[in-house]
Ligand binder design. Structure first.
Ligand code: NAD
Ligand code: ZN
Length: 350
């Protein structure tokens, strides 16, 4: 089968011929129909994360082994199952929950595999969906999808699920103003989910007017371009000069995290999701004086994906796919995302 693989950081992905995987007892092989192109694939391609102050966290130090096939947002058709599998059958269309853990650590034991101490995520620590077929290491992580757009469904595994989890973390007190920073794949899902599930006034911030216009169509009440030197004043004025109850930062780089802290009201919450990287100085007394909370959010658990898929099946959430690429175009897809040419999510159709 063909797979587009990262062989070394920052080198073009190689389209290689590798063996179609064979399923073990409780495993399945899925013929990939659609694989979402996530900004995290770019971090994997670049070799890691900028921790700030000149420190770089290499993905290989987190357990990634090159060559690796990226792609953690996967929808496809089951083509082969192990002998003990009963929950899915050959021919089923499925969405893969990719945030698989060890199954044994305290997080996995309460169903939070996404926060496992030794993650085995598909498309990160094991081969993912930029390929004709993918091995699903345990069929309990498969969700059947029918009656919905399969390309859109792929994006639920990461951009949808991560945004859903972040919005749930944000929606703890009846908040008036919710700021969403970054109107990319995650942020636009965030706007849509916040519109459907909360009563907040949604303020979306980005550098790109086209993306902001899309955010408005998806339900943002206000849009603010952070290139505007008066962006912070503009947001404060929208929030009646009290500040926002919650800021979700889907970029999480020094300018956005600083903005997030400066527009947060007393008792407010800053949720950091993006992995753009860097570091900031933190004024320590401000945190207790304003009684603010800073929280990280990493993807989401299986149950949340089941719930989110339910919202999509009922037409409450409609994942948006703006561009489709073939497997041969995997490098172009990643390059286009890097150059900020993609609105919402793009997918690869192997
Ligand atoms: P994307 O490339 O689709 O979108 C990023 C958006 O941020 C773009 O619209 C861009 O214009 C905007 N942006 C960039 N710099 C900005 C700035 N300084 N101010 C305002 N807007 C800015 O990316 P994505 O797929 O939505 O992913 C976003 C980030 O979240 C990535 O770092 C990704 O790795 C990370 N991520 C985190 C999780 C998690 O669980 N925590 C999950 C998936 C992705
Ligand atoms: Zn992702």
């Amino acid at each position: 089968m063909k797979a587009a693989r990262i062989v070394a950081p920052n080198e073009p992905l190689q389209l290689t011929d590798i063996e179609i995987p064979k399923p073990g007892d409780l495993q399945a092989v899925v013929k990939v129909k659609s694989a979402g192109v996530c900004h995290s694939d770019l971090h994997l391609w670049e070799g890691g994360y900028d921790l700030g102050d000149g420190v770089f966290l290499k993905v290989t130090d987190r357990g990634v082994k090159y060559p690796i096939t990226p792609g953690h947002e996967i929808v496809g058709k089951v083509t082969e199952i192990g002998k003990s599998v009963s929950n899915v059958a050959v021919g089923d269309d499925v969405l893969v929950y990719p945030w698989i853990g060890c199954g044994l650590c305290p997080a996995c034991r309460v169903g939070n595999d996404n926060l496992c101490d030794t993650p085995r995520s598909v498309g990160l620590f094991q081969d993912g969906g930029y390929a004709e077929y993918v091995l699903v290491p345990n069929v309990k992580f498969l969700l059947k999808v029918d009656g919905i757009d399969l390309d859109g469904a792929a994006s639920l595994a990461c951009s949808g699920l991560t945004a859903f989890t972040a919005i749930k973390k944000a929606n703890t007190n009846s908040q008036q103003y919710l700021v969403i920073i970054g109107a990319g794949g995650l942020g636009l899902m965030g706007v849509q989910i916040a519109r459907a599930l909360t009563n907040s006034n949604i303020i979306c911030v980005d550098l790109d007017d086209n993306k902001l216009e899309t955010a408005k169509k998806m339900g943002a009440d206000y849009i603010v371009n952070s290139k505007n030197p008066k962006a912070i004043e503009e947001i404060m004025s929208i929030c009646k000069n009290k500040g926002a109850d919650c800021v979700i930062d889907f970029v999480n780089a020094p300018p956005t995290a600083k903005m997030g802290l400066s527009i947060l009201r007393k008792r407010g919450k800053l949720i950091l999701v993006g992995l753009f990287g860097g570091s900031i100085n933190l004024s320590l007394p401000t945190i207790p004086l304003k009684a603010i909370t800073i929280e990280g959010a990493y993807t989401g658990n299986y149950n949340d994906l089941v719930e989110l898929l339910g919202l999509v099946k009922r037409g409450i959430i409609n994942p948006m796919v703006s561009k489709k690429y073939s497997l041969d175009e995997a490098n172009t897809a990643l390059e286009d995302l890097k150059q900020r040419k993609i609105i919402g999510r793009a997918v690869i159709n192997p």
